[in-house]
Design a protein around this ligand. Structure first.
Ligand SMILES: *Cc1c(COP(=O)(O)O)cnc(C)c1O
Length: 365
Protein backbone atom coordinates (compact mmCIF):
# COMPACT_ATOMS: atom_id res chain seq x y z
CA UNK A 1 0.00 0.00 0.00
CA UNK A 2 1.29 3.45 -0.75
CA UNK A 3 -0.40 6.66 0.29
CA UNK A 4 0.00 10.00 -1.46
CA UNK A 5 0.50 13.42 0.08
CA UNK A 6 -2.93 14.90 -0.46
CA UNK A 7 -3.10 18.70 -0.61
CA UNK A 8 -6.82 18.79 -1.33
CA UNK A 9 -8.84 21.74 -0.01
CA UNK A 10 -11.64 19.40 1.05
CA UNK A 11 -12.55 16.66 1.56
CA UNK A 12 -8.98 16.38 2.69
CA UNK A 13 -6.38 14.20 4.37
CA UNK A 14 -7.25 12.43 7.60
CA UNK A 15 -4.67 11.46 10.24
CA UNK A 16 -3.41 7.98 9.43
CA UNK A 17 -3.86 6.72 12.99
CA UNK A 18 -7.53 7.76 12.85
CA UNK A 19 -8.06 5.81 9.62
CA UNK A 20 -6.34 2.77 11.13
CA UNK A 21 -8.48 2.90 14.24
CA UNK A 22 -11.65 3.23 12.13
CA UNK A 23 -10.49 0.27 10.02
CA UNK A 24 -9.83 -1.84 13.13
CA UNK A 25 -13.31 -1.02 14.47
CA UNK A 26 -15.09 -1.34 11.13
CA UNK A 27 -16.68 -4.77 11.51
CA UNK A 28 -17.15 -4.87 15.26
CA UNK A 29 -17.29 -1.60 17.16
CA UNK A 30 -16.14 -2.34 20.71
CA UNK A 31 -17.82 -5.72 21.00
CA UNK A 32 -21.17 -4.56 19.64
CA UNK A 33 -20.89 -6.95 16.68
CA UNK A 34 -21.71 -4.08 14.32
CA UNK A 35 -20.08 -1.27 12.43
CA UNK A 36 -20.94 2.25 13.63
CA UNK A 37 -22.53 2.68 10.16
CA UNK A 38 -25.07 -0.01 10.91
CA UNK A 39 -26.21 1.09 14.35
CA UNK A 40 -29.47 2.69 15.30
CA UNK A 41 -28.85 6.32 16.11
CA UNK A 42 -31.21 5.74 19.06
CA UNK A 43 -29.00 2.99 20.52
CA UNK A 44 -27.08 3.49 23.76
CA UNK A 45 -23.86 2.69 21.95
CA UNK A 46 -24.35 5.43 19.38
CA UNK A 47 -25.59 7.91 21.96
CA UNK A 48 -22.33 7.49 23.84
CA UNK A 49 -20.36 8.04 20.61
CA UNK A 50 -22.27 11.28 19.93
CA UNK A 51 -21.97 12.49 23.55
CA UNK A 52 -18.29 11.58 23.54
CA UNK A 53 -17.69 13.63 20.38
CA UNK A 54 -19.58 16.61 21.75
CA UNK A 55 -17.80 16.49 25.13
CA UNK A 56 -14.40 16.18 23.48
CA UNK A 57 -15.11 19.12 21.19
CA UNK A 58 -16.10 21.19 24.23
CA UNK A 59 -12.91 20.15 26.01
CA UNK A 60 -10.53 20.63 23.07
CA UNK A 61 -12.00 24.00 21.96
CA UNK A 62 -12.75 25.12 25.54
CA UNK A 63 -16.35 25.88 24.67
CA UNK A 64 -18.14 27.60 27.58
CA UNK A 65 -21.33 26.09 29.07
CA UNK A 66 -23.54 28.82 27.63
CA UNK A 67 -22.88 27.48 24.14
CA UNK A 68 -24.69 24.59 22.48
CA UNK A 69 -22.92 22.21 20.09
CA UNK A 70 -25.10 21.01 17.19
CA UNK A 71 -24.31 18.21 14.74
CA UNK A 72 -26.19 19.05 11.55
CA UNK A 73 -26.18 18.18 7.85
CA UNK A 74 -26.44 20.21 4.66
CA UNK A 75 -22.84 21.43 4.74
CA UNK A 76 -21.56 24.87 5.58
CA UNK A 77 -23.68 26.10 2.66
CA UNK A 78 -26.95 25.38 4.49
CA UNK A 79 -25.74 27.64 7.31
CA UNK A 80 -25.70 30.51 4.79
CA UNK A 81 -29.53 30.32 5.02
CA UNK A 82 -29.99 29.09 8.61
CA UNK A 83 -28.09 32.06 10.03
CA UNK A 84 -30.38 34.78 8.59
CA UNK A 85 -33.51 32.66 9.08
CA UNK A 86 -32.81 32.23 12.80
CA UNK A 87 -30.94 35.38 13.77
CA UNK A 88 -32.30 38.21 11.60
CA UNK A 89 -35.43 38.59 13.71
CA UNK A 90 -35.15 41.96 15.49
CA UNK A 91 -34.25 44.68 12.97
CA UNK A 92 -33.74 42.29 10.07
CA UNK A 93 -30.54 44.19 9.23
CA UNK A 94 -27.21 42.41 9.01
CA UNK A 95 -23.53 43.14 8.24
CA UNK A 96 -21.25 41.07 5.98
CA UNK A 97 -17.58 41.32 5.07
CA UNK A 98 -16.74 39.97 1.62
CA UNK A 99 -13.42 38.15 1.60
CA UNK A 100 -14.04 35.52 -1.06
CA UNK A 101 -16.46 33.11 -2.69
CA UNK A 102 -17.82 31.64 0.53
CA UNK A 103 -18.54 34.99 2.17
CA UNK A 104 -20.11 36.19 -1.10
CA UNK A 105 -22.36 33.15 -1.27
CA UNK A 106 -23.37 33.66 2.36
CA UNK A 107 -24.21 37.32 1.68
CA UNK A 108 -26.21 36.40 -1.44
CA UNK A 109 -28.29 33.98 0.58
CA UNK A 110 -28.94 36.67 3.20
CA UNK A 111 -30.03 39.07 0.41
CA UNK A 112 -32.41 36.44 -0.93
CA UNK A 113 -34.03 35.99 2.48
CA UNK A 114 -33.85 39.49 3.98
CA UNK A 115 -33.92 41.74 0.93
CA UNK A 116 -30.91 43.36 -0.70
CA UNK A 117 -31.39 46.64 1.22
CA UNK A 118 -31.00 44.93 4.60
CA UNK A 119 -27.63 43.35 3.90
CA UNK A 120 -24.87 45.87 4.51
CA UNK A 121 -21.50 45.10 2.95
CA UNK A 122 -19.08 46.55 5.49
CA UNK A 123 -15.94 45.89 3.45
CA UNK A 124 -14.70 43.81 0.55
CA UNK A 125 -11.35 42.75 -0.87
CA UNK A 126 -12.80 41.99 -4.32
CA UNK A 127 -10.70 44.86 -5.78
CA UNK A 128 -7.54 42.73 -5.50
CA UNK A 129 -8.97 39.26 -6.14
CA UNK A 130 -9.53 38.74 -2.39
CA UNK A 131 -5.78 38.56 -1.78
CA UNK A 132 -6.02 40.36 1.58
CA UNK A 133 -8.32 40.83 4.57
CA UNK A 134 -9.73 44.38 4.42
CA UNK A 135 -9.35 46.79 7.34
CA UNK A 136 -12.73 47.27 8.98
CA UNK A 137 -14.07 50.76 9.69
CA UNK A 138 -16.50 50.64 12.65
CA UNK A 139 -18.27 53.72 11.23
CA UNK A 140 -19.56 51.42 8.48
CA UNK A 141 -21.02 48.85 10.92
CA UNK A 142 -24.82 48.80 11.40
CA UNK A 143 -25.20 49.62 15.13
CA UNK A 144 -28.47 47.65 15.49
CA UNK A 145 -27.59 44.77 13.15
CA UNK A 146 -28.94 41.36 14.15
CA UNK A 147 -25.46 39.92 13.51
CA UNK A 148 -22.11 40.60 11.87
CA UNK A 149 -20.82 37.90 9.50
CA UNK A 150 -17.25 36.92 8.60
CA UNK A 151 -15.46 33.98 6.98
CA UNK A 152 -12.38 33.69 9.20
CA UNK A 153 -10.27 31.60 6.84
CA UNK A 154 -10.82 31.87 3.11
CA UNK A 155 -10.15 28.47 1.64
CA UNK A 156 -10.00 29.48 -2.02
CA UNK A 157 -7.91 32.67 -1.74
CA UNK A 158 -5.76 31.57 1.19
CA UNK A 159 -6.40 34.43 3.61
CA UNK A 160 -7.05 34.45 7.34
CA UNK A 161 -8.17 37.31 9.58
CA UNK A 162 -5.07 38.49 11.45
CA UNK A 163 -7.36 39.39 14.34
CA UNK A 164 -10.96 38.80 15.33
CA UNK A 165 -13.14 41.83 14.53
CA UNK A 166 -14.59 43.71 17.51
CA UNK A 167 -18.30 44.11 16.85
CA UNK A 168 -19.33 45.29 20.32
CA UNK A 169 -22.81 44.11 21.25
CA UNK A 170 -23.59 42.75 17.81
CA UNK A 171 -23.17 38.97 17.67
CA UNK A 172 -20.24 37.89 15.54
CA UNK A 173 -20.98 34.91 13.30
CA UNK A 174 -18.01 33.12 11.72
CA UNK A 175 -17.53 30.44 9.10
CA UNK A 176 -14.49 28.48 10.32
CA UNK A 177 -14.87 25.55 7.90
CA UNK A 178 -11.24 25.56 6.77
CA UNK A 179 -9.63 26.47 10.10
CA UNK A 180 -11.68 24.68 12.75
CA UNK A 181 -9.37 22.89 15.22
CA UNK A 182 -6.26 24.44 13.62
CA UNK A 183 -5.72 26.91 16.46
CA UNK A 184 -7.37 27.91 19.74
CA UNK A 185 -10.20 30.46 19.34
CA UNK A 186 -11.85 32.62 22.01
CA UNK A 187 -15.31 31.08 21.58
CA UNK A 188 -16.89 33.66 23.93
CA UNK A 189 -16.22 36.40 21.35
CA UNK A 190 -18.62 34.75 18.89
CA UNK A 191 -22.37 34.26 18.65
CA UNK A 192 -22.00 31.37 16.21
CA UNK A 193 -18.98 29.44 14.96
CA UNK A 194 -19.67 26.84 12.33
CA UNK A 195 -17.84 24.48 10.01
CA UNK A 196 -18.41 21.85 7.38
CA UNK A 197 -16.40 18.95 8.84
CA UNK A 198 -14.68 17.82 5.64
CA UNK A 199 -11.73 20.24 5.82
CA UNK A 200 -10.29 19.68 9.26
CA UNK A 201 -12.73 17.78 11.48
CA UNK A 202 -13.66 14.56 9.74
CA UNK A 203 -15.45 13.23 6.67
CA UNK A 204 -18.07 15.15 4.67
CA UNK A 205 -21.69 14.97 5.80
CA UNK A 206 -21.33 16.61 9.21
CA UNK A 207 -21.72 20.32 9.90
CA UNK A 208 -20.75 21.47 13.38
CA UNK A 209 -22.49 24.56 14.79
CA UNK A 210 -21.36 26.14 18.07
CA UNK A 211 -24.03 28.63 19.09
CA UNK A 212 -24.51 30.86 22.15
CA UNK A 213 -27.65 29.58 23.86
CA UNK A 214 -29.49 32.93 23.90
CA UNK A 215 -29.42 32.90 20.08
CA UNK A 216 -31.46 29.69 19.97
CA UNK A 217 -35.04 30.95 19.88
CA UNK A 218 -38.63 30.10 19.01
CA UNK A 219 -38.65 33.37 17.12
CA UNK A 220 -37.44 32.83 13.58
CA UNK A 221 -38.21 34.43 10.21
CA UNK A 222 -41.74 33.59 9.05
CA UNK A 223 -41.92 30.35 7.09
CA UNK A 224 -38.64 28.91 8.37
CA UNK A 225 -38.86 25.12 7.90
CA UNK A 226 -38.61 22.93 11.01
CA UNK A 227 -35.32 21.40 9.90
CA UNK A 228 -33.77 24.86 9.45
CA UNK A 229 -34.48 26.01 13.01
CA UNK A 230 -31.60 25.77 15.49
CA UNK A 231 -34.17 25.18 18.24
CA UNK A 232 -35.41 21.98 16.60
CA UNK A 233 -31.93 20.49 16.78
CA UNK A 234 -31.01 21.93 20.18
CA UNK A 235 -34.22 20.58 21.76
CA UNK A 236 -33.53 17.12 20.38
CA UNK A 237 -29.82 16.73 21.08
CA UNK A 238 -29.12 16.91 17.32
CA UNK A 239 -31.32 13.81 16.85
CA UNK A 240 -34.56 15.30 15.59
CA UNK A 241 -33.88 13.11 12.58
CA UNK A 242 -31.07 10.71 11.73
CA UNK A 243 -27.77 12.52 12.26
CA UNK A 244 -24.65 11.86 10.12
CA UNK A 245 -23.70 9.00 12.46
CA UNK A 246 -20.49 7.77 10.91
CA UNK A 247 -19.10 11.27 10.38
CA UNK A 248 -19.79 12.10 14.04
CA UNK A 249 -17.90 8.95 15.07
CA UNK A 250 -14.96 9.90 12.84
CA UNK A 251 -14.96 13.47 14.16
CA UNK A 252 -14.70 11.99 17.66
CA UNK A 253 -11.63 10.00 16.59
CA UNK A 254 -10.05 13.14 15.11
CA UNK A 255 -10.65 14.97 18.38
CA UNK A 256 -9.05 12.12 20.35
CA UNK A 257 -6.06 12.34 18.02
CA UNK A 258 -5.73 16.08 18.65
CA UNK A 259 -6.02 15.72 22.40
CA UNK A 260 -4.06 12.53 23.01
CA UNK A 261 -1.52 12.27 20.18
CA UNK A 262 -0.91 15.92 19.29
CA UNK A 263 -1.40 17.30 22.80
CA UNK A 264 -4.24 19.78 22.31
CA UNK A 265 -4.98 22.87 20.24
CA UNK A 266 -2.05 24.99 21.45
CA UNK A 267 0.31 22.29 20.22
CA UNK A 268 -1.70 21.83 17.01
CA UNK A 269 -1.42 25.57 16.37
CA UNK A 270 2.32 25.52 16.94
CA UNK A 271 2.76 22.65 14.47
CA UNK A 272 0.55 24.42 11.91
CA UNK A 273 2.52 27.65 12.26
CA UNK A 274 5.78 25.77 11.75
CA UNK A 275 4.50 23.96 8.65
CA UNK A 276 3.14 27.16 7.10
CA UNK A 277 6.36 29.06 7.86
CA UNK A 278 8.44 26.42 6.06
CA UNK A 279 6.27 26.83 3.00
CA UNK A 280 6.00 30.62 3.01
CA UNK A 281 9.75 31.02 3.66
CA UNK A 282 10.44 28.88 0.63
CA UNK A 283 7.95 30.84 -1.53
CA UNK A 284 9.43 34.17 -0.40
CA UNK A 285 12.92 33.06 -1.39
CA UNK A 286 11.96 31.33 -4.63
CA UNK A 287 12.68 32.90 -8.01
CA UNK A 288 10.08 30.76 -9.74
CA UNK A 289 7.13 30.41 -7.38
CA UNK A 290 5.40 33.18 -5.52
CA UNK A 291 2.56 33.42 -3.01
CA UNK A 292 -0.52 35.42 -4.05
CA UNK A 293 -1.60 36.75 -0.64
CA UNK A 294 -0.50 39.86 1.29
CA UNK A 295 1.77 38.83 4.14
CA UNK A 296 -0.33 39.86 7.13
CA UNK A 297 -3.40 38.07 5.74
CA UNK A 298 -1.81 34.70 5.03
CA UNK A 299 -3.70 31.53 5.91
CA UNK A 300 -1.98 28.72 7.79
CA UNK A 301 -4.19 26.16 6.07
CA UNK A 302 -4.53 27.08 2.38
CA UNK A 303 -1.56 28.44 0.45
CA UNK A 304 -2.12 29.58 -3.16
CA UNK A 305 0.96 30.17 -5.32
CA UNK A 306 1.82 30.73 -8.98
CA UNK A 307 4.77 30.76 -11.36
CA UNK A 308 3.23 33.54 -13.43
CA UNK A 309 3.15 31.25 -16.46
CA UNK A 310 0.05 29.11 -16.96
CA UNK A 311 1.83 26.46 -18.99
CA UNK A 312 4.50 26.10 -16.34
CA UNK A 313 1.81 25.89 -13.64
CA UNK A 314 0.16 23.04 -15.53
CA UNK A 315 3.49 21.28 -16.00
CA UNK A 316 4.22 21.60 -12.29
CA UNK A 317 0.83 20.17 -11.26
CA UNK A 318 1.26 17.27 -13.65
CA UNK A 319 4.76 16.38 -12.49
CA UNK A 320 3.87 16.84 -8.82
CA UNK A 321 0.91 14.48 -9.21
CA UNK A 322 3.13 11.85 -10.80
CA UNK A 323 5.53 12.19 -7.85
CA UNK A 324 2.73 11.57 -5.30
CA UNK A 325 1.80 15.17 -4.37
CA UNK A 326 -1.85 15.32 -5.38
CA UNK A 327 -4.60 17.94 -5.61
CA UNK A 328 -2.26 20.91 -5.99
CA UNK A 329 -4.21 22.54 -8.82
CA UNK A 330 -5.57 25.93 -7.75
CA UNK A 331 -9.28 26.65 -7.54
CA UNK A 332 -10.86 27.15 -10.94
CA UNK A 333 -11.53 30.84 -10.13
CA UNK A 334 -7.91 31.64 -9.17
CA UNK A 335 -5.73 29.39 -11.32
CA UNK A 336 -2.17 28.48 -10.39
CA UNK A 337 -1.64 26.13 -7.48
CA UNK A 338 -2.89 25.76 -3.94
CA UNK A 339 -1.45 23.60 -1.20
CA UNK A 340 -3.95 22.93 1.58
CA UNK A 341 -1.96 21.87 4.62
CA UNK A 342 -4.62 21.06 7.18
CA UNK A 343 -3.97 19.48 10.58
CA UNK A 344 -3.53 15.99 9.14
CA UNK A 345 -0.77 16.97 6.68
CA UNK A 346 2.44 15.87 8.37
CA UNK A 347 5.41 18.25 8.45
CA UNK A 348 7.24 15.69 6.35
CA UNK A 349 4.67 16.16 3.56
CA UNK A 350 5.42 19.88 3.43
CA UNK A 351 9.18 19.30 3.54
CA UNK A 352 9.00 16.79 0.70
CA UNK A 353 6.84 19.09 -1.41
CA UNK A 354 9.36 21.91 -0.92
CA UNK A 355 12.20 19.60 -2.00
CA UNK A 356 10.19 18.69 -5.08
CA UNK A 357 9.57 22.39 -5.82
CA UNK A 358 13.25 23.24 -5.46
CA UNK A 359 14.10 20.52 -7.89
CA UNK A 360 11.42 21.74 -10.32
CA UNK A 361 12.75 25.29 -9.97
CA UNK A 362 16.29 24.16 -10.75
CA UNK A 363 15.11 22.49 -13.94
CA UNK A 364 12.60 25.10 -15.10
CA UNK A 365 13.64 28.41 -13.48
C1 LIG B 1 -15.76 24.33 1.88
C2 LIG B 1 -16.28 25.58 2.45
C3 LIG B 1 -17.65 25.89 2.44
C4 LIG B 1 -18.68 25.00 1.78
O1 LIG B 1 -18.85 23.87 2.54
P1 LIG B 1 -19.98 22.78 2.17
O2 LIG B 1 -19.92 21.92 3.39
O3 LIG B 1 -19.53 22.10 0.93
O4 LIG B 1 -21.26 23.49 2.02
C5 LIG B 1 -18.05 27.05 3.05
N1 LIG B 1 -17.17 27.88 3.64
C6 LIG B 1 -15.85 27.62 3.65
C7 LIG B 1 -14.92 28.58 4.32
C8 LIG B 1 -15.37 26.46 3.06
O5 LIG B 1 -14.05 26.21 3.09
Amino acid sequence: MSRVYNFSAGPSMMPESVLKRAAAEMLDYQGSGQSVMEMSHRSKTFQSIADGCSNLLREVMQIPDNYEILFLQGGASTQFAMIPLNLATKTGKVDYVLTGQWAKKAASEAKLLLGEENVNIVASSADKTFSYIPKLDPAKFTPDADYFYVCLNNTIYGTRYPEIPDTGNVSLVADISSMALSQPLPVERFGILYAGAQKNMGPAGLTVVIIRKDLISETVRPGTPTMLRYKTHADNGSMYNTPPCYSIYMCGLVLQWIRDEIGGLDKMYQLNQEKAKLFYDYLDGSKLFKGTVEKDSRSLMNIPFVTGNEELDAKFVKEATAAGFVNLKGHRTVGGMRASIYNAMPREGVEKLIEFMKDFEAKNG
